[in-house]
Design a protein around this ligand. Sequence first.
Ligand code: CU
Ligand code: ZN
Length: 167
Amino acid sequence: MRIACAAVVLSGSLAGMAFAGVVELKATREGSPVKGTVRLEAVEEGLKITAQVEGVPPGRHGFHIHENGSCADEGKAAGGHFNPDNVPHGFPVKDGVSHAHAGDMGNLEAGRDGRGALEITLPHLSFAPGRYGVVGRAVILHEKEDDFSQPTGNAGGRIGCGVISAD
Ligand code: CU
Ligand code: ZN
């Protein structure tokens, strides 16, 4: 992914300017057909995420930003959900940022053709370094549905992963 003008983000002149990047989502296991793209765009409220996947088993799949920018070990190296405020798991769009991990995106639903899409705006998150910065973290697509139970929604293994990198 390429983030244009990251230095300008740091200077604080974000308003009205488009900053965007695309993360390539890849299967975590050899031979798996899972793939997709996750577009991230800086908007006033936070980061707008637009995801498209294919090769995914039909149904709902937990979808989150995880803490570490690594997809090694079948995605386990990405660590836990990105949770800079040390709050419970949830859905920030509905529950508010004080009742959900900053990286919680709920579920992405795939149809019978294995394709799915999701658009969501995550409050707070940013390309800029710091508490809510997403560069150097990973997007994870799970095997199972996020049921919003604690601590992480019981979504099982990690079938898709992409690192959010600055270059
Ligand atoms: Cu996850
Ligand atoms: Zn979470």
